[in-house]
Ligand binder design. Sequence first.
Ligand SMILES: [Fe+2]
Ligand SMILES: [Fe+2]
Length: 332
Amino acid sequence: MLLPSPRGTLGAALVSALRGDGPVPATGAHDDEDDLQLSLWVLYELHYRGFDDVPGTWEWDPELLRLRAALEAGFEAAIRERCAGLVTEAEEQAGEQDDVVTALRLIAEADVPALSSYLHRTATAEQYREFLMARSVYHLKESDPHSWAVPRLTGAPKAALAELQYDELGGGRPDRVHQQLFADALTEAGLDPAYGSYVDLTPAPVLAVNNAMSLFGLHRRLVGACVGHLAAFEMTSSLPCRRYAQGAERLELGPAVVRYFDEHVEADAVHEHLAARDICARLVDQQPALRADVLLGAAACVLLEADAARATLDAWEQGLSALRAPEQERVA
Ligand SMILES: [Fe+2]
Ligand SMILES: [Fe+2]
């Protein structure tokens, strides 16, 4: 993957710096949410597979880390503010005596825009492809952000996370790695399965969903949020995946698309229990102080996904594309 196109003054300066054409921006000052989320996404990607046009040594450059920290401070504060209400509500309903699984379930059951119902019954094939393109930013690195938690856990939650990730990463079979199943689905839907190929088209709310996972994964102090996010992700996956599969069948997008989502109907019903009971609840048993962060991560999963879904549905209901226009079209 090559560096994506910047979306504002911060991104432009960052991309120039990574190409060796200028200094690293000294502050996190940015134009708008697009500029912020894309810049943060670029900085995080240096810790995953990186960019073909950026030397690997940039990963631990202190000035880049300083810039990232500046952006993360604002992003984390925004996430905490966005999530406070849902977390409090779940805690109140669950009651203080209750275990964390009940609170997680209440968060996972929050009322969110029904993107899956729309894709099931209403979406056109073109809209479904837009959904796959936007989702590819995550699913081509599916599970990777939560893998950062492995060395930060010990005992029961570590063993359970390893069990869950073993499944996500193919159980020893490269063709069964969920990232690969998604790449196969893209190919069959007539799309580009290359890692990162649709980042430029991906709107800010979807990048924010991805950036939250990296924020939680890359900071040891946020390990509770990382596994809480995972739990909510798995707890809100099974039923929507059934609808996505049925939508793909209705639109005849091909067996690989159906198979990807079908695979997640049953797998995530199992993962849900592993993540909530065996990872999150056991971690909170070990470290009760992490309970609030576990719920924060869960709420972030649900609410950032809901924001992205609402933006997508709004665009579609107005007859517009939910994706960003490619650079040349926006300039024209
Ligand atoms: Fe998966
Ligand atoms: Fe899963």
